[in-house]
Design a protein around this ligand. Structure first.
Ligand code: C2O
Ligand code: CU
Ligand code: CU
Length: 424
């Protein structure tokens, strides 16, 4: 066994002005002056010590989305960093945590603005016995950006607060339609770091196989056609082929309110593939043990309510009939105990469910009265629910503390579709 190293790095959140056109300046908020922020990479067993500095005009936090870290290191809304202040995040990466993560702000209230101004970055945890380590890797961190005519990043409008904000530009690694080069087979990690945009992804002109989700590799590679990547979800795929290839986002109807026309098909990236020597993926990528018999159950119900205020419709986004309250524990759990979480979408719109502090396994889905057992095992921290869908998740919290559960359409989360579990 490898002795973990301590990796130290410095991360600063600050305004960052970019000259997009000769006459157009855009103020982003960035980590270390880059959008997306710097890629953070470590091995299982390592400890990341991140010296964070907040040079934004608002309080912020850095949330390590998906990592099984103690609540006081998780960057949730209970641990703000005031403007001009610093703090140290200490992240111990346990065995079994290899996977594809990301980091973004999570303060109480201002998360939508901090994310739509550009604060987000990728984090990868690797393992020494990675069966795909020989494959070259490419990262596609997908975000979207809205620019006003004068080049500024406008604030949310009324529709954004209902449906979640979608920008008119969809960027891959901060670039519009980048040109990629793929020689032979490659492993791609793909992040949906958009505030609310769903990505129905298709690789036109090449083959891909699904090999991993948020929390690392599947047991076996699975042939893939198209796939809906909800906000905050990540996947790993192995791609191969030859010739001109396009990564597309196809229209996806997530049942938004009002009558916004469906999105057109978009090209996210273009690639030139050249066929290399045939690669045979191992028949077994890893084994995923079932967490075992559940000792406790939890119930999560997403709902929306509409009311009229001064002739204006206004929406509330709720969990178990309540809006988020920092001073209320919505559930109580015991560290180390296996639990079954029933998550229900009692609304007419898709919502991606996300839980902090651990990864979960989807064991069952129910839609339109039909119960379907999940066909394969995977570790996730984010999963989409279609209207009237119900999921059963199995999980275990490794650490005590207060952890968030919420919809990852960031505008919904900020308006109350968040709750918290007190783990003792
Ligand atoms: Cu990615 Cu609570 O968030
Ligand atoms: Cu998270
Ligand atoms: Cu939502």
């Amino acid at each position: 066994e490898r002795d973990g190293a301590v990796l130290r790095l410095a991360l600063t959140a600050a305004p960052h002005t970019v000259q997009l056109l000769p006459s157009v300046k855009t103020e982003f908020w960035s980590y270390n002056g880059s959008t997306p922020g710097p890629l953070i990479e470590a091995m299982e067993g390592d400890t990341l010590e991140i010296r964070f500095r907040n040079d934004l005009p608002q309080a912020t936090t850095v949330h390590w989305h998906g990592l099984p870290v103690p609540a006081d290191q998780d960057g949730g809304p209970h641990h703000p960093v005031a403007p001009g202040e610093e703090r140290l995040y200490r992240l111990e990466l346990p065995k079994g945590s290899a996977g594809t993560y990301w980091y973004h702000p999570h303060p109480h209230g201002d998360t939508p603005e901090q994310v739509f101004r550009g604060l987000a970055g990728a984090l990868i945890v690797r393992t020494a016995d990675d069966p795909l380590a020989a494959l070259p890797e490419q990262h596609l961190f997908i975000s979207d950006l809205r620019l006003a005519a004068d080049g500024s990043i406008p604030f949310n409008n009324v529709d954004d607060w209902m449906d979640g904000r979608e920008g008119q530009f969809v960027l891959v690694n901060g670039q519009l339609q980048p040109q990629l080069t793929v020689n032979g087979a490659q492993r791609w990690r793909i992040w949906n770091a958009c505030s609310a945009r769903y990505l129905r992804l298709k690789l036109a002109g090449a083959q891909w196989q699904l090999v991993g989700t948020d929390g690392g590799l599947l047991e076996q590679a699975r042939p893939l056609g198209e796939l809906v990547l909800a906000p905050a979800e990540r996947i790993e795929v192995v791609v191969s082929g030859s010739g001109a290839v396009r990564l597309l986002a196809l229209p996806y109807d997530r049942q938004k309110m009002g009558d916004a026309p469906p999105e057109r098909e978009r090209v996210l990236a273009r690639a030139t593939f050249s066929a290399g020597p045939r690669v045979q993926l191992p028949a077994r990528l890893r084994s995923i043990a079932d967490p075992g018999l559940a000792r406790a159950t939890k119930r999560v119900v997403f709902s929306e309510t509409m009311s009229m205020e001064n002739g204006q419709h206004s929406m509330a986004f709720l969990i178990n009939g309540k809006a988020y309250d920092m001073n209320r524990a919505d559930w109580h759990s015991k560290a180390g105990e296996v639990e079954l979480w029933e998550v229900i979408n009692d609304s007419h719109m898709d919502h991606p469910f996300h839980l902090h502090g651990t990864q979960f396994m989807v064991v069952e889905r129910k839609r339109g009265g039909k119960v379907v057992r999940e066909p394969f095992k995977a570790w996730r921290d984010t999963v989409n629910l279609r209207p009237n869908e119900r999921l059963l998740l199995k999980l275990r919290f490794p650490h005590p503390g207060m952890y968030m559960a919420h919809c990852h359409i960031i505008e919904h989360e900020a308006q109350g579709m968040m709750a918290q579990v007190q783990v003792s």
